[in-house]
Ligand binder design. Structure first.
Ligand SMILES: O=C(CO)[C@H](O)[C@H](O)COP(=O)(O)O
Length: 229
């Protein structure tokens, strides 16, 4: 289903010559692979990718998709389209992202995309975000204790994310820590994105509420339903 919904998004939205934001995760990787396949077989040309993580950059390199920085004059700080996954989606199409730890560049690319297409399975649709799947908060290491105190003052429960393959906390592509935050009762996601962002030492959060995405939802029947169009 992840593959099907990602292929649908690429086949529907990616056109020749586009600057495309390449998302991160087990669903978004299928979009990168589909773009690579179309380029290899001559069905797409002139695509330039902007990666949202080391992982998506490496996959694009493997597939021969040219990758540029958002700062590259050819990109000019904006992509035509970004395709990415999400951890949760609420009825207003607010998102939680960052389960794969790539929230900063994912948000930078999504918020600077002319169109943001999200690819999810139906199980990611929830009535409220913030109470189920934890909200990842990327924290500058020096600010850890201060940020944790500020999160507690907002009533949040937190865990510092640990990984496998290395002792100690997960370190992001930007050299920061990840704190997974859960609120005991529903919060206003738009307000919370702003409030968390105001805490000194918070580098970015996994609340994505200030863009209007197109959400492609893979249904168990195999069909894809589109929300937000
Ligand atoms: O935000 C992300 C990575 O930081 C992912 O897009 C999100 O975690 C969804 O991943 P998946 O498609 O593997 O469920």
């Amino acid at each position: 289903m992840k593959r099907r919904v990602a292929f649908h998004a690429v086949d529907t939205h990616v056109k020749d010559g586009m600057r495309v934001g390449l998302g991160t995760g087990s669903t978004a990787v299928w979009a990168i692979r589909r773009i690579g396949e179309h380029m290899r077989e001559g069905r797409l040309s002139g695509i330039v990718g902007v990666a949202t993580s080391f992982a998506s950059e490496m996959e694009a390199h493997r597939l021969g998709i040219p990758v540029r920085s958002l700062n590259d004059p050819e990109i000019g700080g904006e992509v035509d389209l970004a395709i990415d996954g999400a951890d949760e989606v609420d009825p207003a199409l607010h998102l939680v992202k960052g389960g794969g730890g790539a929230l900063f560049r994912e948000k930078l690319v999504a918020y600077n995309a002319r169109r943001f297409v999200v690819v999810v399975e139906e199980c990611k649709l929830v009535p409220h975000i913030g109470t189920g799947f934890p909200i990842p908060v990327e924290v500058v290491p020096e600010a850890r204790a201060c940020v944790l105190k500020a999160l507690e003052a907002l009533g949040a429960e937190w865990t510092i994310r640990h990984g496998s393959g290395k002792q100690g906390p997960v370190v992001t592509d930007n050299g920061n820590l990840l704190v997974d935050v859960r609120f005991p009762s529903p919060v206003d996601p738009e307000e919370m994105e702003i409030r968390l962002g105001l805490i000194p030492g918070v580098y970015e959060t996994g609340f994505f509420t200030r863009i209007r995405p197109t959400v492609c939802v893979g249904l168990p029947s195999g069909e894809v339903r589109t929300l937000g169009e």
